[in-house]
Design a protein around this ligand. Structure first.
Ligand SMILES: Nc1ncnc2c1ncn2[C@@H]1O[C@H](COP(=O)(O)OP(=O)(O)OP(=O)(O)O)[C@@H](O)[C@H]1O
Ligand SMILES: [Mg+2]
Length: 255
């Protein structure tokens, strides 16, 4: 913690936007998060790991959808553990869940208006119009039911919906899952743009090429613990580490 002195008083300012320390979570008797410690600052962080390692559980614990039983997760210095999902969203964390979780029978416009209405008290924030500027494809599809959208369009909608809560940190769980390479390229471009504009990001990814295109900081999870923190360049240059922790074959590296 940095503690600058302001007007003679010591004010605690966290070094990182998100500081996770020794976080534990269970599903019934299964100990899934076994002491996760990780920080996220202004720079995007990609979290990698094989199937079933606990990446989604970590995301859900951070946004209050799974109870953390031990440890702490501080966002901007304030504890998230024990708070409810809507409080965490209001605190400034946007969540894009794995599999998008959109409502098939609602239109694009209805999805966005629903969130925008809830958030309408805020000044200078995200609006549906700004989301349409970011994703012109969504503007074209605004009257379509979400269930009729392509996977890529659904992902854009899930991201747009999260942006409308005006987050300072966006947590995305496998945004590229099931999407065609050309759609993934577009998504990477937009996410980079948002990052440049100051939005912090924690991105869970299975695809090494996507993770390393989005983030220079990389963390790897194995059975509910962070076993390695590295950089995109170091990871790309080390096939042995890729094989050990991710089981990446050259074929899977293609985004
Ligand atoms: N609702 C649940 N009830 C019981 N066990 C669960 C539940 N959800 C996940 N698990 C188990 O918790 C472990 C971690 O799952 P999690 O979904 O967090 O992994 P993941 O790293 O996100 O995997 P993937 O890459 O497949 O998305 C797995 O063993 C999984 O089977
Ligand atoms: Mg998952």
């Amino acid at each position: 913690m940095a503690t600058p002195v302001e007007n003679g008083e010591s004010v605690a300012v966290p070094d990182h936007l998100l500081e996770i320390q020794d976080l534990h979570a269970y599903y019934g008797q299964s100990h899934i998060l076994q002491g996760v410690s990780l920080t996220v600052g202004r720079e995007p962080l990609a979290l990698l790991g094989r199937n079933g390692m606990g990446k989604t559980t970590l995301c859900q614990a951070l946004v209050g959808l799974v109870p953390a039983v031990r440890g702490s997760a501080r966002f901007d210095g304030r504890e998230l553990v024990g708070r409810r999902p809507h409080e965490i969203a209001s605190a400034g964390i946007g969540y894009v869940p794995q599999g998008r979780r959109i409502f098939p029978s609602l239109t694009v416009e209805e999805h966005l208006r629903l969130v925008a209405r809830r958030e309408s008290g805020r000044q200078n924030g995200w609006t549906p119009e700004r989301v349409y500027e970011l994703f012109s494809r969504l503007a074209e599809r605004r009257r379509h039911r979400a269930g009729a959208l392509s996977g890529g369009e659904q992902q854009m909608l899930a991201i747009g919906r999260a942006l409308l809560t005006n987050p300072r940190l966006l947590i995305m769980d496998e945004p590229s899952e099931g999407l065609a390479p050309v759609v993934v390229e577009h998504l990477i471009e937009v996410l980079r743009q948002l990052s440049t504009q100051g939005l912090a990001m924690l991105v869970v990814e299975q695809r090494l090429a996507v993770a390393t295109a989005l983030a220079e900081r990389i963390a790897i999870m194995v059975t509910g613990r962070i076993v390695l923190e590295t950089t995109a360049s170091a990871l790309l240059a080390d096939p042995a580490i890729q094989q050990q922790y991710l089981g990446v074959s050259p074929r899977r590296e293609v985004a």
